[in-house]
Design a binder for this molecule. Structure first.
Ligand SMILES: *Cc1c(COP(=O)(O)O)cnc(C)c1O
Length: 367
């Protein structure tokens, strides 16, 4: 086989043409307004509100702080039900708010929180549910909302993976009380680092916008115990440029995704996520589960790594198996999440991944 020369990583950041970014940041040398809700920030906030069809939207310096400060804005107490099959951020945001996470197991096919296991975990202490649209798969939003309404619970989605995802024309930003998006460099759409929260109740603007700026309301009034979650102008400039190209980037990802599906679906012992009906996908990740395949997940990982191809064991371990939570939780409480985390591999997936490389990856997995 011909030598590639370059390693193939699990993801590769999209970049706008250099001249486009340079033109976008040029005015900053005159205005000298580099952060604190400048012109570019405002224009990106408006652009994303429209693109994501959000009722209300606030930008943040990253997705994690958007989630952490949104949870704070809702003034939650006690326990929050969430999933262990996610990135560290989701649970850490709950714990860093002084709340207790309660882990609900996931569904077999799309790895999102299983609403059938949800109600049994609700106690007097429960104040909210934080589900994750993992890999861009939408949660069972109707079932979750129905349970939340019956028990008077807030629903705050970790929608970090669902930029641009819609179901029957309805945006992923429209579910629950609020949804956090991440615009980290590794995501489908990025602002280098960055994030946002879309939320339903306009009255929350006061809290959410206040918390990200130290709780400062005006020059002489500090009304909330906030922090610093502001997105700067260079981030916003990258976001404005990338927003122009994101539909094209998603279309390029679709071709990569379809090629993987062509090669890997129907193979004994290899399981792909089913396409969700009515869903406009964003092809954020390419998760593959090795379940009774002649190679284990770790063997496939080793074979690809040998050839300088670097998939991720994403999400392994489950959050409830983390060292920092070792004495508080156990992965045995969520057996499906624990098993999937041992069997899953996310394969390289990005807009510019050549189809020949997808074939090379599939050949190694199938050989
Ligand atoms: C990326 C990610 C986050 C955190 O977003 P940052 O912008 O990196 O802070 C949170 N949750 C999930 C599921 C993610 O993938």
């Amino acid at each position: 086989m011909e030598k590639r020369g370059e390693p193939i990583r699990v993801t590769r950041s999209s970049m706008p043409p250099f001249e486009e970014y340079a033109a976008m940041i040029r005015p900053l040398w005159d205005s000298r307004w580099l952060t604190n809700m400048g012109d570019l920030h405002q224009s990106l906030e408006a652009g994303l509100k429209e693109f994501l069809k959000a009722e209300n939207l606030s930008l943040f310096t990253n997705g994690h702080l958007a989630l952490e400060m949104t949870l704070q804005a809702f003034q939650l107490k006690g326990q929050v039900i969430t999933t262990p099959f996610t990135f560290a951020s989701t649970t850490h945001a709950i714990v860093r708010n002084g709340l207790t996470p309660v882990f609900c197991d996931i569904r077999e096919d799309d790895y999102t929180l299983d609403p059938e296991k949800l109600e049994a975990l609700i106690t007097e202490e429960t104040s909210a549910i934080v589900p994750v649209h993992v890999y861009g798969n939408l949660c069972q939003t109707d079932a979750i909302q129905e349970i939340a309404d019956r028990h008077g619970l807030k629903v705050i989605y970790d929608a970090a993976h669902t930029f641009g995802v819609e179901v029957n024309g309805r945006s992923a930003a429209s579910f629950g009380d609020a949804s956090m998006f991440s615009f980290h460099a590794t995501k489908v759409y990025h602002t280098i680092e960055g994030g946002a929260v879309a939320y339903r109740d306009p009255a929350l603007a006061h809290e959410i916008n206040g918390l990200k700026n130290f709780g400062i309301l005006d020059e002489e009034t500090v009304a909330l115990v906030g922090g610093n979650g502001k997105m700067n102008e260079f981030q916003a400039a990258m976001g404005l440029c990338n927003l122009r190209h994101v539909e094209q980037e998603i279309e390029k990802r679709r071709r990569v995704y379809e090629r993987y599906r062509e090669r890997l679906s129907g193979v004994d012992g290899i399981r792909l996520c089913p396409k969700q009906p009515g869903v406009k996908m964003n092809y954020a990740y390419m998760p593959v589960v090795f379940e009774g395949y002649r190679l284990s997940r770790d063997e496939v990982f080793a074979r690809l790594t040998e050839r300088d191809i670097h998939p991720r064991k994403y999400f392994y371990p489950c959050v409830n198996a983390y060292q920092c939570y070792k004495d508080r939780f156990s992965p045995e409480d969520t057996p499906i999440a624990a098993r999937i985390s041992r069997e899953i591999l996310t394969l390289p997936m990005y807009a510019d991944l050549p189809v020949e490389t997808v074939d090379e990856i599939c050949d190694i997995i199938l050989e």
